[in-house]
Design a protein around this ligand. Structure first.
Ligand SMILES: [Mg+2]
Length: 296
């Protein structure tokens, strides 16, 4: 028997996570980062395990695992080239990182069609990510979502070493950066999912109540818990969950997360006590099967 339209909750706003919900951030990170690591080992003779330990320390200090000036702060490389310009010396390692990132960054199947469908229905799509401003903007542009996402909420950019500016690290003309049609807002430093303050604000700013809103993301611990606490419809993008892949161990070894974060995520992804009310098993477009999206 076909489901009647009225059986689906009627909603007027979609708020979505970005990484591993709209695109496979983890895959891109792994392919590009491990290629850079191999190149660094070849060029410097410093074994990868040593580099990994030093990289983790920098990531933790900077509070991000996507730190553009990473190589300038690795003690082994500093020791090897006391007065050298590390970004120049290891340019080819940075190049392989960037080219792999460009090559592998793309939307999951069905994302673009679904976002376009919601736009046609005048249902706004708002994105909320914990990734930093710079890389989030880059991925939105690269995947062609600039303008399709009405508002983008990101973490602010990380700090840079003394004397370096973001422009020093940019290799493309200025017009390649920044979004043209999506409104970009920053989340205050130190606010992390599942804190509900940003999602609640997104909802009230639009004059809506939580039961008119769908929130979708790949992390049970962060996304699903946050949506449930806010009172929005929580949707788990199960197809994006990467924590069980063997390659994920490299991210655990070098990321800025604390041991506590890593353990907590391990327990939860192994089947903890968080139960999403809705699950997208294979594609983002399954959202349209679960909800009746309509202009408020
Ligand atoms: Mg995510």
């Amino acid at each position: 028997m076909a489901m009647r339209q009225s059986d689906k909750p009627q909603v007027a706003l979609l708020v979505t996570d970005l990484d591993n919900t709209l695109w496979d951030w983890f895959e891109t990170w792994h392919v590009s980062f491990s290629a850079m690591l191999r190149r660094l080992e070849e060029m410097s003779g410093i074994p990868q395990p040593q580099l990994e330990v030093e990289i983790k320390a920098v990531h933790q200090r900077r509070g991000t695992s996507e730190y553009s000036a990473l190589l300038t702060e690795l003690p082994s490389l500093q020791k090897l080239h006391p007065n050298g310009d590390l970004l120049q010396i290891y340019d080819s390692a940075i190049h392989v990182l960037n080219s792999e990132r460009v090559r592998t960054t793309r939307l999951y199947p069905g994302v673009r069609e679904t976002v376009e469908e919601l736009r046609q229905r005048n249902v706004p799509v708002v994105a909320y990510t914990e990734s930093v401003a710079y890389w989030s903007e880059w991925r939105i542009k690269k995947t062609g979502l600039d303008g399709l996402i009405s508002t983008l909420y990101t973490a602010p950019d990380h700090d840079l070493p003394l004397g370096l500016t973001v422009n020093d690290l940019r290799k493309l003309p200025a017009e390649e950066y920044g979004l043209r049609a999506t409104d970009h807002r920053h989340v205050p430093k130190g606010v992390f999912k599942p804190d509900t303050s940003i999602l609640s604000k997104i909802i009230t700013d639009r004059g809506l109540s939580p039961d008119q809103v769908v929130y979708v993301g790949d992390s049970l611990m962060k996304d699903v818990v946050m949506a449930q606490r806010t009172g929005a419809y929580d949707v788990h993008a199960q197809y994006g969950a990467a924590q069980h892949r063997p390659e994920y161990e490299l991210l655990r070894r070098v990321s800025h997360w604390t041991e506590e974060d890593v353990e907590r995520e391990r327990t939860i992804s192994a089947g903890g006590d968080i139960n999403p009310n809705y699950t997208l098993q294979r594609e983002f477009s399954e959202l349209l099967l679960h909800f009746d999206f309509r202009e408020a």
